[in-house]
Design a protein around this ligand. Structure first.
Ligand SMILES: C[S@@+](CC[C@H](N)C(=O)[O-])C[C@H]1O[C@@H](n2cnc3c(N)ncnc32)[C@H](O)[C@@H]1O
Length: 376
């Protein structure tokens, strides 16, 4: 009997069930991104007391209990195998864990064929102190970001992440606070709904860096629904799996209250979307450039003539805009679009600007060069 789910039927829902059994019913190569926040197998015992004597509610949930490492490892091997099968060839997966489990998970993932792209350190800016003073304050968790193979053509929105990091290349250490305040889901008594609700900012970085609008993001351990909430806000689809109905109720309500921001350039990864190709020949054909007109460098020290083939010529050479600029600069190659200008109303105008004018007027494409800094 074929009891496989059809993706449209489970899109933007949280399936109640065991993740291994549920994953088995999801078709091969069907999701673009997976975010997994599995049980940590913390092995905590007894009540942890704060320095002033009150009890601290850590992770002592039933869902985190396993009898030994063997049981934990076979559980992780089973769900990671299914994730491998359902992930698209060029998709990617993030698995978050702490020192108690992440080394085991990394070993299992590599053995299953996953290729690690990065291990991201979530540096908690407001960690829980080590109340007894017997060890260092444990202030980080690790996320393994992996593909199905070394050659996968995975999504990485480099420019978006650089923009979010004050125009500096984003590093593998992320400083983000624990989920507190209004963001933390509370029950009727004011108690935390979920002991390990992840901060939205963490999921924002994951989703914005490694997925596109409309992608399908699967979370096999959905908990309080953080992945679904951020997926919906940023215009992605989600599929959640969670075995505890109570968490699903809270997560469904949380996600229902989120509005998708369709016009947000950051969420749409506008900086990373490649503009449509437009060549010099197209600009010539559409009257943006004229045969025989002069191309200048920015200091007007070099001037060349545009030929009917869309090349630049001088008495010695006829070369492409790129090769001509590279020859002048004595380089093996150079981007001519950044080098050449033409004159309009006696002013120099970059040919790249002319190309963008064409894209806007004929292809309905608006080039985004920079965006105002947004604090998410
Ligand atoms: C670490 S929490 C995930 C928290 C979530 N990322 C969030 O932000 O709320 C792990 C979740 O996995 C669920 N879980 C544990 N074992 C499971 C299993 N075998 N199948 C499905 N869900 C499971 C637990 O009920 C728990 O909610």
């Amino acid at each position: 009997m074929n009891n496989k789910y059809k993706i449209p039927e489970i899109l933007n829902t949280i399936i109640n069930g065991d993740c291994i059994e549920t994953l088995k019913n999801i078709p091969d190569n069907s999701v673009d991104l997976i975010f997994a926040d599995p049980p940590y197998f913390m092995q905590t015992e007894g009540t942890l007391l704060r320095t002033e004597g009150t009890a601290f509610k850590g992770v002592d949930d039933e869902w985190d209990k396993f009898s030994d490492y063997e049981e934990y490892d076979s559980f992780c091997t089973a769900w990671l195998k299914e994730c491998y099968r359902i992930l698209k060839k060029d998709g990617s997966i993030w698995v978050i864990g702490a020192f108690q489990n992440i080394y085991r998970i990394g070993y299992i993932m590599q053995n299953l064929g996953y290729w690690i792209l990065n291990d991201i350190v979530w540096n908690k800016t407001n960690p829980t102190p080590n109340f007894k003073g017997t060890r260092f304050t444990n202030a980080n968790e690790t996320m393994l970001w992996c593909t199905k193979s070394k050659n996968a053509k995975y999504t990485f929105n480099y420019k978006t992440m650089k923009h979010l990091n004050n125009s500096k290349q984003m590093k593998s250490v992320w400083n983000i606070g624990l989920c507190i305040g209004n963001e933390r889901l509370k029950d009727g008594n004011g108690d935390k709904v979920h002991s390990t609700q992840k901060p939205q900012k963490l999921l924002m970085n994951v989703i914005l860096s490694s997925s596109k609008v409309g992608d399908i993001i699967l979370d096999p351990f959905m908990g309080s629904g953080t992945t679904g909430a951020v997926a919906k806000e940023t215009g992605r689809n989600f599929i959640g799996i969670e075995r505890d109905k109570k968490y699903i109720c809270y997560a469904d309500e949380r996600i229902a209250n989120i509005k998708t921001q369709t016009d947000n350039h950051i969420f749409n990864n506008s900086l990373d979307i490649k503009p449509p190709k437009v060549g010099v020949d197209i600009l010539l054909k559409n009257g943006y450039l004229d045969i025989g007109e002069t191309f200048y460098d920015k200091n007007e020290k070099n001037a060349k003539t545009l030929t009917n083939k869309g090349h630049l010529s001088d008495p010695d050479n006829e070369l492409s805009i790129h090769k001509m600029s590279a020859t002048i600069l004595q380089k093996s190659n150079n981007n001519g679009w950044d080098y050449w200008f033409v004159k309009r109303d006696d002013k120099l105008i970059s040919i790249d600007n002319l190309r963008n004018k064409y894209r806007k007027e004929h292809l309905n494409y608006n080039a985004i060069y920079s965006l105002p800094q947004i604090i998410l």
